[in-house]
Design a protein around this ligand. Structure first.
Ligand SMILES: Cc1ncc(COP(=O)(O)O)c(C=O)c1O
Length: 429
């Protein structure tokens, strides 16, 4: 690891949690240069829903490269882009009765968020945007202004502005937080400038696996409509099947005005981002939001292959729900069998969190898991939530093995954390 520590910027983060040099990967397995194998419950922070080097997608990518297909084409029309547009329309939009224009942005999720916020602000002529406590939307200036965590906001170099934060579902316990939003938007004297849009994650991935109820999402949509505010669903982490259906908002039956997608959209871990918008919102002038790597052709090829291979029927959705129940049951049993007073579990589909109540406890459990061959990360304001984000295509046996490593690691961390208390109690007796 010497060269990384010597000349790579201090900003590096995941390699600190997983201090080894990875060299190969397939499916849910990562292999380091020493030949050690790890089960991957991180999945590129949600960018590898179909696993590493998915065979079904790799064949299409290799054939495209072999044929000298266009790799880089700015935003020129290519056969690969046409195939993606046709397949996305036929496979995803039409069956769901959705009519959106597609904007390919620069390849990061943050760039899609930037574009969606610009659209909302330019179309409405309003600058304020409502975002939520614990929300995460990326770290470029516009996106970080909609991101709640001070760790990212403080690094922006400018005071991030143009956003007002509202409590997410569950932030105030049993209180329905949409009532507060409704009241604020209704009241000329609330001090909140009437927003262009509300931007929301249906499940807050980075924010600690906080799950908005379907009812809360429906009320949020109704409030947006009532007050003529655009609804942006940031589906960058929760979309592409992570919660079950292709879009995470489908179960709620809502229809966002704009949707951001990235991470697993390419299906192969290739950088690729997209904004979906109602056609009448597409008031862009040519090139106003541009970038050299908009809609990369290799990503078009693998994204099309992913839609062909996994989204022609509801098999993957069914499988995600089934595996999601397996993970939920395993986490519940870790909670009840280890420390019900310290731990709690939550999630939807295959984004599941184990709240350890403390960042230190979660960090220790994740470090032990890594030592035992499981790559798994933390989220939440204090890093207190262990986030299970395995590939959707993980084999059942590998899933069970990963969950067992997690159980042992959490049990060991809890035992360590509570040991001084037990020995003190023992001594007192
Ligand atoms: C919901 C959400 N939005 C936006 C982003 C930013 O994406 P990127 O890191 O590709 O800029 C992330 C990244 O984790 C995310 O989870």
């Amino acid at each position: 690891m010497k060269i990384f520590n010597r000349i790579e910027s201090n900003v590096r983060s995941y390699c600190r949690s997983f201090p080894t040099v990875f060299t190969r990967a397939t499916g849910a397995t990562l292999i380091d240069e020493g030949g050690r194998r790890y089960i991957d419950f991180l999945s590129g922070a949600g960018a590898l829903n179909y696993g590493h080097n998915n065979e079904r997608l790799k064949a299409r990518l290799l054939a495209y490269l072999e044929s000298d297909g266009i790799v880089h084409g700015l935003d020129m029309a290519t056969t690969a882009k046409r195939e993606f547009l046709e397949t996305f329309d036929r496979t995803i939009l039409r069956p769901r009765g959705l009519s959106y224009k597609l904007q390919f942005t620069g390849p990061t999720g943050a760039n899609a968020v930037e574009a969606a916020l610009k659209v909302a602000r330019n179309v409405t002529g309003r600058s304020n945007v409502v975002a939520f406590t614990n929300g995460f939307h990326g770290v470029t200036l516009g996106a970080v202004a909609a991101t709640a965590n001070a760790h990212y906001r403080d690094a922006a170099g400018l005071p991030p502005g143009g956003t007002s934060f509202m409590p997410y579902d569950g932030y105030l316990g049993d209180v329905d937080t949409t009532d507060y939003l409704d009241q604020v938007l209704r009241d000329q004297s609330s001090g909140i400038d009437h927003p262009a849009a509300v931007i929301v994650e249906t499940v807050q991935g980075e924010g600690g696996v906080n799950v908005a109820s379907l009812e809360w999402l429906r009320r949020l949509e109704a409030i947006c409509r009532r007050h003529s505010v655009l609804l942006i669903v940031d589906d960058i982490q929760a979309g592409c099947g992570r919660t079950g259906p292709f879009f995470s908002f489908e179960e709620a039956g809502i229809r966002p005005d704009l949707v951001t997608l990235s991470k697993s959209l390419s299906g192969y871990g290739l950088p690729f981002s997209l904004v979906l918008m109602r056609p009448e919102l597409d008031t862009w002038k040519p090139g106003e939001h541009n970038g050299t790597f908009r809609g990369h052709n290799l990503a078009f090829v693998t994204a099309t292959a992913a839609l062909d291979e996994y989204w022609q029927d509801d098999q993957l959705t069914t499988d995600v729900r089934r595996k999601g129940r397996t993970v939920a049951a395993a986490l519940e049993s870790i909670v009840s069998g280890t420390a019900p007073e310290l731990l709690s579990a939550r999630g939807r589909g295959l984004v599941r969190g184990l709240d350890c109540g403390s960042g230190d406890l979660a960090a220790q459990a994740c470090a032990t898991a890594f030592d035992h061959g499981l790559v798994i990360e933390r989220s939440g304001s204090d890093g207190q939530v262990i986030k299970c984000l395995c590939p959707l295509t993980i084999e059942d046996a590998e899933l069970a093995q990963g969950l067992e490593i997690l159980r042992e690691s959490v049990a060991a961390a809890v035992a360590d954390a509570t040991a001084p208390l037990s020995s003190a109690a023992g001594a007192a007796r």
